[in-house]
Design a protein around this ligand. Structure first.
Ligand SMILES: [Zn+2]
Length: 389
């Protein structure tokens, strides 16, 4: 399990501050004699812990919350390294995930004082897949922990959980300065206000800052708050880049088409990319009960999606073909909670990028979604509107 644990004094108590005390100032790599040395420059000393994971091969480093001031690493610039992800992981910890394209074991790890701060040095050496797997796994303390729940806006009886996708270590997709996690959060705030202004509705956000929340936890937070509706917010990118417009997804194992399936697959990888422990899923009996309840919530989710599509028509540009789409999204699997995923637009599309940064367009989208939810309340099966919590 936790193969390395190191410290050079310091403290992890810098949580919840606006600007973290610690900064990662540089990332560099050198190779000699088959051993790769990866160095993270730190502004100060810090307690760190480190572990490795398989599928894909990853080295995960947990640190106190940090600001990232290192220059971006171009893809392919460092042999053996696919990507370096970083950000807030829990309310009290930052995380760096180094994704490897081959099994490289951590031979040594240590923090040494250097000019202007400290250097966290990792010695990585090639090993067999079996050897890498044998030492990989989550340490006991790596579990994600919930922070304080976010306040509920509005006083209506029907509570809408608004779930800004991604956050913290998981940026989602990006195009230049436009990053999915930031767009989803900013739009989520506007949507919460638009929903709370509607009579009978109130809203709460699954996250209100730039932190990572595991997919399963997002649904759990909604249910704990007593939500009646779950709306997850995302923005995709396409390699081809020709599509534009808003689309609404509901759960389906089959999916609308291969594009929807690929989108769901990308979204469901969120926890893997963030290095979240997925152990402890529901057992078979629970799964059966959940499946039974899900059939009811699925048809309710379809009504909800069609109400939102109806309310958005004429307000904003929808995806021209089938704006209501289906996909096997993990985050839509709450058993008793009608759930939709709103694809705000494609960051790969210049048309959508212009819309996404236009306050008037965003306001129309927020009003339309809020109206669609209010319309759904008028036609919802009464069982889905009873007080929860
Ligand atoms: Zn997303």
């Amino acid at each position: 399990m936790a193969p390395w644990l190191g410290a050079a004094g310091g403290s992890a108590a810098a949580a919840e501050t606006a600007e973290p005390a610690l900064a990662v100032t540089a990332v560099s790599q050198t190779s000699a004699g088959g051993v790769t040395e990866l160095t993270l420059g730190l502004s100060g000393d810090a307690v760190f812990s480190l572990f490795t994971l398989t599928e894909p091969y990853r080295v995960v480093i947990d640190l106190p919350p940090f600001a990232w001031r290192a220059a971006p690493v171009a893809p392919g610039a460092m042999p053996g390294i696919v990507a370096i992800r970083h950000g807030l992981f829990r309310h009290d910890s930052g995380r760096v995930v180094i994704e490897l394209d081959r099994p490289l074991a951590v031979r040594r790890a240590g923090l040494v004082p250097v000019r202007g701060g400290f250097a966290l040095r990792l010695g990585l050496a090639p090993v067999s897949r079996q050897a890498f797997a044998a030492s990989a796994g989550w340490p006991e303390n790596a579990r994600w922990q919930a922070g304080a729940p976010t306040p509920i806006e509005g006083s209506g009886e029907v509570l809408v959980a608004i779930d800004p996708g991604h956050g913290g270590i998981d940026p989602g997709t990006a195009h230049g300065d436009l990053v999915e996690k930031d767009l989803a959060l900013a739009f989520g705030r506007s949507l919460a206000q638009a929903v709370a202004r509607r009579p009978g509705l109130s809203a709460f956000l699954t996250r209100v800052d730039d932190r990572y929340i595991p997919l399963r936890q997002r649904v759990k937070l909604a249910r704990q708050a007593g939500a009646h509706v779950f709306v997850s917010l995302h923005a995709d990118s396409l390699a081809a880049g020709e599509a534009d417009g808003v689309s609404i997804y509901t759960l389906s194992a089959q999916g609308t088409d291969s594009a929807a399936a690929a989108f769901a697959e990308r979204e469901n990888r969120s926890d893997v990319l963030a290095g979240v422990n997925l152990a402890g899923s529901e057992d078979d009996v629970t799964r059966l009960l959940i499946e039974l309840a899900r059939r009811g919530s699925k048809s309710e989710a379809i009504k909800l999606a069609e109400s939102i599509v109806g309310a958005l028509s004429g307000r904003v540009a929808l995806l021209p073909t089938r704006p209501h789409r289906r996909g096997n999204f993990f985050v839509l699997k709450a058993p008793d909670l009608p759930s939709v995923l709103v694809e705000l637009g494609f960051l790969s599309s210049p048309v959508d990028r212009a819309r996404l940064v236009d306050p008037a367009w965003r306001a129309q989208l927020a009003e339309g979604i809020a109206e669609g939810i209010a319309d759904w309340v008028d036609v919802a099966s009464p069982g889905f509107l009873v007080p929860r919590g």
